[in-house]
Ligand binder design. Structure first.
Ligand code: PXG
Length: 441
């Protein structure tokens, strides 16, 4: 069905998320179709997808197996509740997801988005401590420059000021570790920076300040995505893990971006060999086709919550669409596609080429840092005096005009293409971005 966008009046009913709405109405960027590595724009141009949608279309667009699974399932079982009833696809999917995560990360709670996965993970952490008789552990620790979605829990532990400052007092009892970005020490690092592991030791300071008996969990993105692509310094996550272990604090990884192949492995957990207690996922789980998230939980947490429960229902939490059959079918077909095409391995193999292409932009005007990990890179441009974000915004618009979809966070360009991208298309993407940066004022 063709979507016609006729007038500004018709368009402004849609209040667009995280968008400069007034500016968009004057200069809309509309896409109407997508296949493999490309979007089609409303005026019929092809756009190379440099961002896998919003970091979610890891297998590329319009993949037949996923399309067929969604069509077949919606015809057969359009909806079924997961409260007190079940359907086979959700059980099968939970097992498949658990098998992708190492150690005892083998219980899966379904959500519909990354934000809901984060809220779920935080609530499970709090309920777990209570189930063990340690209900004083209520404090949550996040990190500066982290993005954990837009729920009240997520923005409370999150560390992006613009996402917090308009929304009242947020959750009480939250503290933040320092972020790990320090251009004077780690600018233009390739992969994980050498400098910065010691920043994890700040958790020791918080433990002395608050006492471990008050701290429930630490939540971090193993690689911070939205805040401008910040790979973890070497040894940093290991130190956080050790300190959490020492004081009985749960470690939550927000892998909404990093799970399902983005870094060249099933997850950052697997790639980095650091074992969290809870992992929040979404995005790549269904290749972006149908909204779905999954929270993967360690057996010790599940066992404590289920075995110590004083009520028949062990966790008073869930969503109407938890384990939705059509989303679950999309996820199974997505995981099949990843496996059949070896896309996690492919990402690992392409990563060095991607890294070289990214760092090839180093000498262009206004480029002040380039960061990368797996199939992600951030290219940071200096801000125009008094106009932070303006140069980045223009880069996005110019790339759209010239044939690529790219993402920006303020003045940082973030590239994270579908993992089916070819080396030739990587070169094409970076050449286009290089041209844009060179022509920007
Ligand atoms: N955690 C992380 C680490 C994320 O990146 C969320 C939670 C929330 O997911 P939902 O599905 O509720 O949006 C995210 C989402 C961008 C961008 O351009 C990133 C996200 C969403 C939209 C845009 O960087 N990440």
């Amino acid at each position: 069905m063709a979507v016609s966008v006729t007038s500004t009046n018709a368009m402004d009913a849609f209040w667009m998320p995280f968008t400069a709405n007034r500016r968009f109405l004057k200069e809309p960027r509309i896409v109407t179709a997508a296949k493999d590595m490309h979007y089609t724009t409303a005026d019929g141009r092809k756009l190379l997808d440099g961002t896998a949608g919003l970091w979610c279309v890891n297998a590329g667009h319009g993949r037949p197996r996923i399309v067929e699974a969604v069509s077949a399932t919606v015809a057969e079982l359009d909806y079924a509740p997961s409260y007190q009833f079940g359907h086979p696809v959700a059980f099968e999917l939970a097992g498949r997801i658990a098998s992708l995560f190492p150690g005892d990360l083998n219980h899966v709670f379904f959500t519909n988005s990354g934000s809901e996965s984060v809220e779920t993970a935080l609530k499970i952490a709090l309920a777990y401590h209570q189930s063990k008789g340690e209900g004083t552990r209520t404090r949550l620790i996040g990190r500066e420059r982290s993005y954990h979605g837009v729920g009240f829990g997520g923005i409370s532990v999150g560390g992006i000021a613009t996402n917090r400052r308009h929304f009242g007092s947020l959750l009480a009892g939250v503290d933040h570790l320092p972020h790990t970005h320090a251009p004077e020490h780690n600018a233009f690092s390739r992969g994980q920076p050498e400098w910065g592991a010691h920043l994890a030791d700040d958790l020791e300071r918080m433990v002395s300040l608050h006492d471990p008996s008050t701290i429930a969990a630490v939540i971090v993105e193993p690689m911070a995505g939205s805040a401008g692509v910040l790979p973890p310094p070497k040894g940093y996550l290991e130190r956080l893990r050790a300190i959490c272990h020492k004081y009985g604090i749960l470690l939550i990884f927000d892998e909404v971006i990093t799970a399902f192949g983005r870094l060249g492995a099933a997850s950052a957990t697997e790639l980095l060999g650091v074992q969290p207690d809870i992992v929040a996922t979404a995005k790549g789980l269904t290749n972006g086709t149908i909204p779905m998230g999954a929270v993967v939980v360690d057996a010790a947490i599940y066992d404590s919550l289920t075995q110590n429960s004083a009520t028949p229902i062990e966790l008073f939490h869930g969503y109407t669409y938890s384990g939705h059959p059509v989303a679950a079918a999309a996820a199974l077909a997505t995981l099949d596609t990843y496996a059949e095409e070896g896309l996690f391995q492919r990402a690992a193999e392409l990563a060095p080429h991607f890294e070289n292409a990214a760092h090839g932009l180093r000498d262009l005007p206004n480029v002040i840092d380039i960061r990368n990990m797996g199939m992600v890179c951030g290219i940071e441009l200096s801000a125009r005096p008094g106009a932070a974000g303006e140069r980045g915004f223009e880069a996005m618009q110019m790339a759209f005009d010239r044939g690529a979809m790219i993402r920006i966070t303020a003045d940082t360009i973030a590239l994270s293409p579908p993992l089916i991208i070819s080396k030739g298309q990587i070169d094409e993407l970076f050449e286009l971005v290089a041209g844009v940066i060179s022509d920007l004022k």
